[in-house]
Every structure is written in structure tokens, then in C-alpha cells.
Design a protein around this ligand. Structure first.
Ligand code: LLP
Length: 431
């Protein structure tokens, strides 16, 4: 099985975290997102353990909640000692309502509205990561109006090509995010930030991309960032105490993926940071990481009911399910590959190659092509694995499909953490 929390029981049914997926589908309906709490907690701990044991200068793991945001996930990561990264007023609101302490929240965004900045300052979030010069001016004005001094970090593009899908590569110069190092923009932004009375520049941030399977791009980003911090000390006598190295560690979506264990990734980054600090005699910064996908991605799957099967001779076989790009747009957007299993025939061999088609009125509404699958029939339950990240959070109401329910399983016991939307929910704001 793709992840260690999946198994097949005596009935030949797929189980996640000890819960039978066929029973879950019967009891909660489909499409259904299922998340495994124990695995999420274990993932949090594998990050925390390395940070605690190998980072003498201290640090904070901030779960990147764009991967999956709802009240329960903030409660879980908070109880594991993590903070969170939010990227909108909506995520911030959800995190605060869940009881996440404001000082453990890092507020991101390349185009934050004035309302969002006011909300963040008023809530007392621990750090605001600024992306551009107009934002610095606006944030300073917002902070001044509230009589506060806010801690800010600056998002820097370290210019690292992390060899991932172009759409999700955010560390290069040609990116809408942050200030480029090479052009002198980042240095200018540091000087600008230190000139504002209501901003306290505490450090720098970078995020080089997502679903990165190698450790070296992360290590190189850490070196580049420490060298830049050192140059600020040399040229301007500015010593910044914090470094936020973003998220990005990849996970196993298909058998061919071979990600490094997250602990190993963090260890390699900390080592690169430490060595560079020693070489340059730079004081080791307090370090932040923002993993999203690697905390929740592998802990989730989505259950669908097969509605029809269309075998087009010499072309392909479509298996059509009751969800699609409205609950998982990642194949349509990035041709992201997934593994599928027939949950009620999980003990049978995968003898077919199918295209998993969704229910939306759009030819590109596919969940995958050329996917190995058991010989399924209508009314079977198909599980698409590893959907815990960037699925629910990227879901849409296309074709006015209501959002699916999310169930959290802990030690075999399921509980609903996000209710299924009703048609009434769909028209709630219609006038
Ligand atoms: N920090 C920052 C500033 C980020 O921009 C991101 C992701 C993360 C942390 C978390 O990265 P992770 O550890 O999850 O890789 N929708 C795309 C992924 C977009 C990621 C954007 N930023 C997908 O479905 O693959």
C-alpha cells in the first residue's frame, strides 16, 4: 500500500487508520474526504522532534494551512505544538476561531487587502510576511492607526530552481511572490522596512516551491539566505534574528515517487544553515518552517461511488464517479498523478487501466488517466489516495455541486469535522 496507514481487511475492503472505507461511504455518503488523525499527528511530531533535537537556536513549525484549512486541523496542530501559516483573512479567522494563539500565526499573501492587514494587526498575529513595497507602507499606516508596532518578515526570492511543476514553483525571479535577491530588490526592501516606525523587521522568508522530493534545493536556499543576511550585517550593520524557510517537502502520490523522510529534509536544511552560520560567524537565527502538504497530504483519501463505466474500444475506458474537479482540481490544473483503489475490491488485482472521469460538465474534468484499477462495476466505491492536501482547500462549487463532507478517523473511529453542504447552503447568499 502507498502509505502505512492503509490496509485491507478480511472482507477485502480498504481501511484507513483502521476504519473500513466501504462502511464510511455507506454511513456518510460520497464523495467523502477521509483524514487519518494519527498520521497527521505523527507527521507533526517527525518535524517537531528534529527541530527540538537539532536546532539549538530554537524554531517554530507553522503548518501551512492552505493545504487544508478547517477548525479541527488548527486544533490538532496547535495541540502538537505547531503554529500555523495563514494566507487570507478567511484562514486567519478560522484559525483564531479554533483557538490557535495569535502569536503562533504567520500571516502571508502577495496581495493582502487593507481589511486583511487591519484584521491581522488587530488580532496580534506573531509575524506578517510582507511581499512588496506598497504593502510595507500600507501595513505601517494600519499599525500606526492602531498604535502598534508589528513584527514583519520579508519574502525573498532566492532564485532557486527546485525542478517541480512550473505552476507551483515560487522561488525563481519570474514569480509574483516576494523580492528578488539578484536584482538588489530584497536589499532595498530591507532598508525600506527598517525605516518605518511601526514595523519591526525580525527576519526573512523564502519558499522555493512545493512537492520537492530532493533535499538539496532546500539546503541551498538556506545557504543563500544566510549569506544574504550576512551581507546585510556587513553593509548595513543589520542583524536579523529570524529565518523562515517556507514549506515544500514532497510526498508519495504514486509508487514511483520516492520522497525523503521529512525529518531528513529538515535535518539537511538545519545542517546547511548551521555550517553557513559557522563559516560566516553569523549568529544562528530562530528558524521557522511551513510544511503543508507533508503534514496532511498522505493522511487523506477521497471516496467516490462509480456511476458508470464506458469502454470505448481501442481508445480507453472511462470510469465515471460522483465527484471530480470540484472536489479535486489537481489533475485538471497540474496533471497531478494519483493512485486509485477500488475500496470494496481492494484484495483483487488491478487488471485494468482507466481514465477516472468526474461529474462536471467539462471534458477536462478528470481525476487521472491510465490509472491501474480493479475491474470495477457501477455502485463500487473508488478511493483516490493521498488527497489530504490541496483538495478540500481547492474545492469549488462548479456546476453548483455542494462541497463534500470531511471525516476524521482516529484509532478506527470516524467523526465528521466538516459537514456536507446542502443545496440550501449553496443558495445561502443568493439574493
Ligand atoms: N509557505 C508558503 C509561503 C507557501 O507558498 C506554501 C505553498 C507553503 C508554505 C506550503 O508548501 P507545501 O509544504 O504544502 O508544499 N496548490 C498546489 C500547491 C501550491 C503551494 C503554494 N504554496 C498543489 O496543489 O500542488
Amino acid at each position: 500500500m502507498l502509505t502505512p496507514n492503509l490496509s485491507v481487511n478480511a472482507q477485502g475492503h480498504l481501511c484507513i487508520g483502521g476504519a473500513d472505507c466501504v462502511t464510511l461511504a455507506e454511513q456518510h455518503g460520497t464523495p467523502l474526504y477521509v483524514m487519518d488523525e494519527n498520521m497527521i499527528r505523527q507527521n507533526c511530531r517527525s518535524y517537531q522532534d528534529v527541530l527540538n533535537s537539532e536546532c539549538s537556536s530554537g524554531g517554530l513549525i507553522c503548518y501551512a494551512s492552505k493545504a487544508f484549512s478547517c477548525k479541527e486541523i488548527y486544533r490538532i496542530v496547535d495541540s502538537e505544538g505547531l503554529g500555523t501559516d495563514v494566507v487570507s483573512g478567511g484562514e486567519l479567522y478560522t484559525a483564531l476561531k479554533a483557538g490557535m494563539p495569535a502569536e503562533k500565526i504567520v500571516f502571508h499573501g502577495n496581495s493582502k487587502s487593507n481589511n486583511e492587514l487591519e484584521f491581522a494587526v488587530q488580532s496580534g498575529v506573531g509575524r506578517i510576511v510582507c511581499d512588496n513595497l506598497p504593502e510595507l507602507a500600507r501595513l505601517n499606516a494600519v499599525a500606526a492607526a492602531q498604535g502598534k508596532v508589528v513584527s514583519v518578515m520579508l519574502r525573498v526570492k532566492p532564485g532557486i530552481d527546485a525542478h517541480t511543476h512550473d505552476f507551483i514553483q515560487t522561488g525563481k525571479i519570474d514569480s509574483k511572490f516576494g523580492f528578488a535577491l539578484e536584482t538588489g530588490e530584497a536589499e532595498e526592501a530591507v532598508l525600506a522596512a527598517t525605516g518605518y516606525a511601526n514595523l519591526k523587521l525580525v527576519g526573512l522568508h523564502c519558499h522555493i516551491g512545493s512537492q520537492i522530493l530532493d533535499t538539496e534545493p532546500f539546503a541551498e536556499a538556506a545557504r543563500v539566505m544566510v549569506r544574504f543576511m550576512d551581507s546585510l550585517r556587513e553593509k548595513h550593520a543589520i542583524v536579523l534574528p529570524e529565518l523562515n524557510l517556507g514549506g515544500g517537502p514532497g510526498i508519495k502520490y504514486i509508487e514511483a515517487d520516492d520522497p525523503k523522510p521529512f525529518g531528513e529534509v529538515i535535518r539537511a536544511i538545519l545542517k546547511a544553515m548551521h555550517e553557513t552560520c559557522v563559516t560566516l560567524s553569523y549568529p544562528e537565527p530562530f528558524v521557522l518552517f511551513e510544511p503543508g502538504r507533508s503534514i496532511v497530504g498522505g493522511a487523506g483519501l477521497t471516496l467516490y461511488t462509480v456511476m458508470a463505466k464506458k469502454q470505448i474500444p481501442n481508445v480507453r475506458t472511462y470510469v465515471l464517479v460522483d465527484g471530480g474537479m470540484n472536489d479535486n482540481p489537481r489533475y485538471a490544473l497540474y496533471q497531478a498523478e494519483y493512485t486509485a483503489v477500488c475500496a470494496n475490491r481492494a484484495d483483487q488485482p488491478q487488471t485494468e487501466r482507466v481514465t477516472l472521469g468526474g461529474k462536471c460538465c467539462e471534458s477536462g474534468d478528470l481525476l487521472g488517466e491510465n490509472m491501474p484499477l480493479q475491474a470495477v462495476e457501477p455502485d463500487d466505491i473508488v478511493a483516490v489516495l493521498t488527497t489530504g492536501a490541496y483538495n478540500y482547500s481547492m474545492a469549488s462549487h462548479y456546476n453548483r455541486n455542494p462541497n463534500a463532507e470531511v471525516v476524521m478517523v482516529a484509532d478506527g473511529e470516524p467523526r465528521t469535522i466538516i459537514r456536507r453542504e446542502s443545496y440550501e447552503d449553496i443558495i445561502r447568499n443568493d439574493v
